[in-house]
Design a protein around this ligand. Structure first.
Ligand code: A2P
Length: 277
């Protein structure tokens, strides 16, 4: 059985193997759920300026007994702050909301290729890292072409690419690209946002065979793919359950069965055209 092991990023910093997603759903109280997540043992928190909950996440960090230096805080640069000078303003706004002096991982939220500003944003992120305001820089929803352009024009590789990844959309090609370049894959909506995926007969059968829940099977699948899942839950028991995925392992057949549920992207958010600001 594999224990939870931190992952070393290509800049030498460490990343926990599972994180807590704070994107608020149904008006859930981010402060309370984040505080509880820290108490249960999550050490990677994932927020974004555009989620509108950075202040709540910051209050949870301040109120937690977990020392700040043990928490990997991730937040993201939204489209409205893309650009060289603008990116700095975006980070400052996040730091102000979070009431932190630095973030551990700062990510460009969407490439927005029509805007054509992600390489200048990236240059600024690299400078802010030099200044010590960011520990690691990464991207989200970037295709291989977007990453290749970043590297061609700036020489700087992202540490992570956070992408839509769940059994309906296993992203084999994109993950292979990340592996070849030493980029860590983070999975957003790792449980496919709950619902139908958790009721898939193939998944419930595997869950029964290990005496675990369907969500645990899916999160374990992410771990064995080498991806870092960031599940969200507002429910105390499910928050705990989602961390308990290191006491069993899926065999090769079970991994393949889960991967064969492939349906493609389920929220029509193709990074080449999707825009949010
Ligand atoms: P809830 O907040 O009521 O627990 P994703 O991380 O893929 O976006 O999925 C989040 C959704 O999955 C939420 O609706 C959440 O509901 C649900 N969820 C999270 N963990 C579990 C779990 N262990 N079992 C069942 N549903 C879960």
């Amino acid at each position: 059985m594999s224990a939870a092991k931190d992952i070393t990023l290509n800049d030498g910093n460490m990343l926990p193997s599972i994180g807590f997603g704070t994107f608020p759903q149904d008006g859930n109280d981010s402060e309370m759920t984040t505080l509880r997540a820290l108490e249960y043992g999550y050490r990677l928190l994932d927020t974004a300026l555009s989620y509108g909950n950075e202040s709540a996440v910051g209050r949870a960090i301040a109120g937690s007994e977990v020392p700040r230096e043990e928490i990997i805080v991730t937040t993201k640069l939204p489209g409205r702050y893309q650009g060289y000078k603008e990116a700095k303003r975006g980070l400052y706004e996040s730091l102000e909301n979070l009431q932190l002096e630095y973030v551990d991982l700062y990510i460009i939220h969407w490439p927005l290729p029509r805007l054509n500003k992600y390489t200048e944003s990236w240059r600024m992120l690299a400078e802010l890292k030099q200044e010590g305001l960011i520990r690691s820089i990464g991207v989200s929803n970037f295709t291989s072409e977007h990453i290749e352009r970043l590297v061609r024009e700036t020489g700087i590789l992202p540490t992570v690419n956070q992408i839509e990844l769940h059994p309906y959309f296993a992203q084999q090609e994109q993950r292979d690209f990340h592996t070849r370049h030493g980029i860590v894959t983070e999975s957003w909506s790792p449980l496919g946002r709950g619902g139908k995926l958790l009721k898939e007969p193939a998944i419930t059968a595997i869950a029964n065979s290990h005496n675990v829940s369907p969500a645990q099977v899916i999160l374990r699948w992410h771990i064995q793919l080498g991806a870092v899942p960031i599940p969200k839950s507002a429910d105390a028991l499910r928050q705990q359950q989602n961390l308990e995925i290191f006491g069993f392992a899926l065999d090769e057949t079970q991994m393949k069965t889960i991967t064969s549920l492939e349906q493609g992207r389920i929220w029509c958010q193709d990074p080449n055209v999707y825009e949010e600001f």
